[in-house]
Design a protein around this ligand. Structure first.
Ligand SMILES: *[C@@H]1O[C@H](CO)[C@@H](O)[C@H](O)[C@H]1NC(C)=O
Ligand SMILES: *[C@@H]1O[C@H](CO)[C@@H](O)[C@H](O)[C@H]1NC(C)=O
Ligand SMILES: *[C@@H]1O[C@H](CO)[C@@H](O)[C@H](O)[C@H]1NC(C)=O
Ligand SMILES: *[C@@H]1O[C@H](CO)[C@@H](O)[C@H](O)[C@H]1NC(C)=O
Ligand SMILES: *[C@@H]1O[C@H](CO)[C@@H](O)[C@H](O)[C@H]1NC(C)=O
Ligand SMILES: *[C@@H]1O[C@H](CO)[C@@H](O)[C@H](O)[C@H]1NC(C)=O
Length: 316
């Protein structure tokens, strides 16, 4: 009996050791995505999560995410630098010409995409290339893993979509804002967005589960942003720490427009200032606050350093 149980123990240790990077293994962070992750055109009104994560985890940061991005302009065409037509080509170029040198074992790649793919002017309002659905935009995001793997990358963290139907833009609390001023039925938008985020995340999970065993020598994690933001909504006192009453419905930087007003107008803006800001989950009608991004950064760092796998499922 003893040799058998020892063998089982050894086998389980080997399995445990092979899932996810080991603590201390990762030293560089390469980020892809949209305004939720852009460190130059920052969506949260302060410092973006990758900068916090690089600080918390002492990672060298190589940021490729760009505001307004979708996964591919072939699918949901917006005049912004998408992952497949802009961010990946730039990364591959810098790698090929030697301006970016990475030790692949010590580098992790992250992708947080989908907000613009499913949103207004894209899937939600019929702005996609005819025939494109949530299956295509999510397949595209999953294909980011395969593309980078083929280029030598070995460690991945895939961040799924947050409950976007809770943002003012996509909730029944909608008011005309910088992102949308035309007539719409807010109840329908919110119902539809709830379907898109939940079904898109489920499709991503199933596809990643299928992909993981095919990528020899890789570590692939699924970071459940949706569950994290749901937990912040349900238990804000665990995450928000400003000096105003905790607030998961209002926003720090609110700009109210007239119906049909040009979105390039300034709108009528109200700002929460100082330490009150850290009481808010949302920065504006679409973006998480800086404190929410500190939380994202802390949890991503904990996942990468293997301090806690609370929001991450390592598939390999
Ligand atoms: C986008 O379309 C071009 C031209 O048809 C094609 O070469 C490219 O592979 C497509 N990219 C994606 C991500 O589908
Ligand atoms: C490498 O390619 C990047 C992206 O096109 C460019 O910015 C950089 O100047 C190039 N570096 C060299 C050494 O050619
Ligand atoms: C908006 O959509 C909801 C859900 O489909 C529907 O119940 C409601 O009547 C609609 N409101 C208007 C003003 O059309
Ligand atoms: C809230 O906590 C973060 C760390 O997550 C800290 O950087 C920030 O200063 C705190 N905010 C306030 C108002 O104390
Ligand atoms: C949340 O913040 C908004 C904007 O400042 C404000 O109008 C609203 O009353 C706040 N809600 C709570 C519950 O404090
Ligand atoms: C807004 O624009 C729509 C479409 O052009 C029009 O039907 C509607 O009457 C306009 N509403 C207002 C309040 O201007």
């Amino acid at each position: 009996m003893l040799p058998l149980s020892l063998a089982l123990l050894a086998a389980s240790l080997v399995t445990a050791a092979s899932v996810g990077p080991s603590p201390g293994q990762i030293k560089s962070l390469v980020t892809f995505g949209d305004s939720y992750t852009d460190v130059v055109s920052v969506g949260d009104g302060g410092v973006a999560w990758p900068v916090y994560a690089a600080g918390y985890g002492h990672f060298a940061l190589h940021p490729f995410a760009r505001s307004g991005a979708t996964c591919s302009n072939n699918l949901t065409n917006r005049p912004f630098p998408s992952v497949f037509e802009s961010q990946l080509p730039l990364f591959l170029q810098e790698k090929a010409n030697g301006s970016l040198k990475l030790n692949e074992e010590e580098t992790i790649f992250t992708l947080w995409i989908g907000t613009n793919d499913v949103g207004a002017n894209a899937l939600l309002t019929g702005g996609q290339t005819p025939g494109v659905t949530i299956v295509d935009t999510v397949s595209c995001a999953v294909n980011w893993v395969k593309t980078l793997y083929n280029a030598g990358a070995r460690n991945f963290l895939f961040q799924n979509m947050i409950p976007l139907e809770q943002t003012i833009l996509y909730s029944p609390r909608f008011y005309p804002n910088r992102f949308w001023t035309a007539e719409r039925n807010s109840t329908e938008w919110s119902l539809c967005m709830n379907e898109l985020t939940n079904s898109g995340n489920e499709i991503a999970k199933l596809m990643l589960q299928q992909l993981a065993p095919t990528l020899r020598g890789a570590h692939l994690g699924l970071f459940d942003s949706h569950a994290l933001f749901t937990d912040i909504l349900q238990h804000p006192q665990l995450y928000l720490n400003g000096t105003a009453p905790l607030n998961t419905t209002g926003v720090i930087h609110s700009c109210v427009f007239e119906l049909n007003e040009s979105t390039s107008d300034p709108g009528v803006c109200t700002d929460v200032t100082g330490t009150d800001r850290d009481s808010f989950l949302w920065f504006d009608e679409l973006h998480p606050s800086e404190q929410a991004d500190r939380v994202v950064a802390r949890q991503i760092t904990n996942s990468i350093l293997r301090l806690s796998d609370k929001w991450t499922t390592w598939l390999s």
